[in-house]
Design a protein around this ligand. Sequence first.
Ligand SMILES: Cc1ncc(COP(=O)(O)O)c(C=O)c1O
Length: 396
Amino acid sequence: MLSEIMEMDKKYYMNTFGTRLPAVFTHGEGINLYTHDGREFRDFFAGIAVNLLGHAHKDFVAALREQAGKLLHTSNLYYTEPQTRLAKMLCESSCADKVFFANSGAEANEGAIKLAKIYFYKKGQAHKNEIITLVNSFHGRTLATVAATGQPKYQKPYKPLTPGFVHVPINDSDALQNAITPNTAAIMLEMIQGESGVHPCDAEYVMTLRKWCDEKEILLIADEVQTGIARTGKMFGYEHYGITPDIFTLAKALGGGIPIGAICAKDAVAAAFEPGDHGSTFGGNPFSCAAGLAVLDIVGRERLVGHAAQMGDYFKNKLNGLKERFPVITEVRCIGLMIGVDFGGGFASGIQSELFKAGILTGRVGDTLRILPPLIIKEADIDAFTDTLVKVVEMQ
Ligand SMILES: Cc1ncc(COP(=O)(O)O)c(C=O)c1O
């Protein structure tokens, strides 16, 4: 069956993902995933920071079943309870006053960019339409978010790019200051860059840029698509920095595996979106919002914010111990359960494939191994991971 699926995929699926890892997953439970041929994997990547509750979480599945049996979709011409309740819950647990639901991270970011532009347009300052983002950022795959993303490899074939984006290196206040002009509408950033290999912004840098945003009437947009919903040991990544953004976006973990995105904003900014200015057919439908509600409910009941912080500390200590033992590990960056492990000499690729052979799923960018486990992970799971990592590193 594996070869049959691989051949069918090759024939019928657009080849944007290259040759995928040889596994056809059929089901999962907790942090485990199972293939059609009975192999068991431990999921230390959570579908790229999505499955925060692991797989087939009983209460989550029950909530999805209940909503699916009642109402999957109606248009946004009507009210639905899950949409309103999820918006309320997100506002009550964050700095936002209003929410708009999209279907993905890129779409939420696209909406946030539109919101920043329309905010100044409606103030009679249409010239303020430039957005500053960071080098090595990742904001999505739509045309505007590709232009926002500070990585030429994603942009090259899609020129001319959507205009109005300027990129500056992370944690470089001088470069940021030089990039700000009277036309700057917003600074958009991931507080902790995910796709580039877990690179956090410095606290001082974020505080300085918040101050400049206030002084120069610039909006601060936090892309919390990867950091949001407890991943970093706080509900939202910005909480690590003692500041609040004017707009932040969510996706990934918010739906626990069901596609959803969210633009969250403070009242004064959110008010710029008036009837007809933005919209979505699927965004905010009752099924995806019921998923979001169940995720937030379970995160609260199972105290997953604190648990992620605790497990993150445990993971960090163990990985730093390995760094002492094995010089091939050059750096460990760990913010809650958002983890990047740097290897010297191009070893990360081999380490990742040996971990896969040993039944462990991880991610990788360049020479950085990325670890983003479900937040329900336990110490014993981390011990099993590091024991395997030791064996794999010793083999290199
Ligand atoms: C920080 C960040 N923003 C945006 C996106 C894009 O999200 P999506 O793939 O749901 O469009 C991602 C995806 O990895 C991300 O990590």
